[in-house]
Ligand binder design. Structure first.
Ligand code: FUL
Length: 473
């Protein structure tokens, strides 16, 4: 057996934090882009808007939350402050916020209502706060703006709910002659960690990585262990959106592979930095009446779900409420059918009461049978010779299967580099699906087949292989 190189051992030793593990389980959640732009019909407000314009007369955060729940989502992230600087909560530090609006005589608080609705419908709640602020006059002046941003962060993080995520956008459209703010990121992170220790800091942050486009495109192998370099603030800012009309539509061709052995070989520092796929249900992030024909069809949303959640990334789907504060019925209809389709797709796990055998395991606590329950801490472990390890699923009878869901025990790192799934037909193993990374979740889809036995073969792995989830639908 060839010796595992040290850099591979190092990569195999990188593990997620507790907060990242919790975030991984959120899998599919919504973005709600709502704010002054909703009333000015724009995407990037300039910060000079009249706050009086904000008047969602029928604001219904419960409708948003209920819809997210019925769509199969587990969380919601609200744009508490977008680039225009307008705050959806009554801020002590600026007048560019709901307290200066007509809405409920300036006594309303969208963040509070959203937090309450998420709680009621059992969703996790997160906030988006744009560091780039086109209203705040201290923006670009260094520490005074950092103080301002820290105050804003504190206002939102200390007073509402437990947050699962703080989404720090990297976008900045100041252009060459615009203001340049050197953000004191470490100071922001300290405040976030102190006030919301369980929240991941996404995008311009150390916990969750942007997939690199707004079109729902994922890498073929979305590694969670990548060079530390990808969490560099300057790199993130340089790759983030800098022009309103040019949202990135695809992955930078030089970054199609960022986690394979070839990519990590000469890196002195690696990081657990899993990918998030953010995409809007319409062409814009905010609501525009004219966008009605751009609502993505169910088939597109399903495709993005499988290529993100099903390929070791998360799916952050944006739904923009209308100026009246409700979600348009066209979006509602599509999202309800998405929820119904996911229910059908994952209706009954036929592997649940089956038998799983293996050709090797670390010890009796980690045999194949341990993957079949829903306890994430119960898993199969190959021992230190992962290549050629096999798990064989016996469903007890023949069933029609078109999906197998796999998951590694990522608490012990991401190990699997190549696998193949087989089905037994007429006593012979036939290849069903091949893949590279598994990570938190890999959903293998194939043409429906009636069979009793399925086999997973580990073809290449780093130091060992684990599987904690193996479901059949
Ligand atoms: C981008 C922003 O510029 C867009 O307006 C939107 O908020 C998107 C999620 O992130 O960077």
């Amino acid at each position: 057996m060839s010796k595992t190189p040290d850099y591979v051992k190092y990569a195999a030793s990188i593990v997620p934090s507790e907060r990242q593990l919790k975030w991984q389980d959120t899998e599919f959640y919504s973005f709600i882009h709502f704010g002054i732009n909703t009333f000015t019909d724009s995407e990037w407000g300039n910060g000079n808007e009249d706050p009086e314009l904000f008047n969602p007369t029928e604001l219904d955060c419960r409708q948003w939350a209920k819809l997210c729940k019925l769509s199969g989502m587990r969380g919601m992230i609200l744009t508490a402050k977008h680039h225009d600087g307008f705050c959806l909560w009554p801020s002590e530090y600026t007048d560019h916020c709901v307290k200066s609006s007509k809405w409920r005589d300036g006594k309303g608080d969208v963040v509070a209502e959203c937090a309450a609705a998420c709680k009621e419908f059992g969703l996790k709640f997160g906030v988006y706060l744009s560091p780039w602020d086109r209203h705040e006059e201290t923006y670009g002046k260094g520490k005074p703006y950092d103080d301002y941003f820290v105050n804003q962060l504190t206002g939102v993080l200390a007073n509402y709910a437990e947050l699962f995520c703080v989404w720090c956008d990297g976008a900045c459209g100041e252009g060459k002659n615009g203001k340049k703010q050197e953000y004191d990121w470490n100071r922001y992170y300290e405040v976030i960690r102190k006030l919301q220790p369980d929240a991941t800091i996404n995008i311009s942050g150390p916990d969750v990585r942007w997939c690199g486009n707004e079109a729902g495109v994922c890498r073929r192998s979305e590694w969670s262990v990548v060079p530390y370099y990808y969490s560099n603030q300057e790199l993130i800012a340089a790759q983030s959106q800098q022009e309103m009309s040019k949202p990135p539509k695809t992955i930078n061709p030089t970054q199609l592979d960022i986690g394979s052995r070839k990519q990590i070989k000469n890196c002195s520092k690696l990081i657990w930095y899993p990918a998030e796929v953010d995409v809007s249900i319409r062409s814009g992030w905010f609501y525009h009446e004219s966008d009605i024909y751009t609502v993505k069809p169910l088939s597109k949303l399903i495709e993005i779900y499988y290529s993100s959640v099903g390929a070791n990334a998360s799916f952050l789907l944006n739904i923009p409420p209308m100026p009246n504060g409700k979600i348009h019925e066209k979006d509602v209809e599509t999202l309800l059918s998405l929820g119904a389709q996911l229910e059908i797709d994952f209706n009954e796990n036929l592997a649940e009461d089956s038998v799983m055998t293996d050709n090797r395991h670390l010890d009796e606590e980690h045999t194949g049978q341990h993957v079949l329950n829903y306890d994430p801490e119960s898993y199969w472990h190959s021992g230190d010779e992962p290549e050629g390890a096999e798990l064989v699923l016996d469903l007890g009878d023949e069933y029609d299967i078109d999906k197998i869901v796999l998951g590694e025990h990522i608490r012990t790192g991401q190990q699997i580099e190549e696998f193949e799934l087989f089905v037994q037909v007429g006593g012979k193993w036939k290849s069903l699906s091949k893949g590279t990374v598994i990570g938190h979740k890999r959903i293998c889809r194939f043409k429906e087949i009636r069979a009793r036995y399925f086999k997973l073969k580990i073809k290449k792995a780093r130091c060992f292989a684990t599987i904690s989830q193996f479901e059949a639908y």
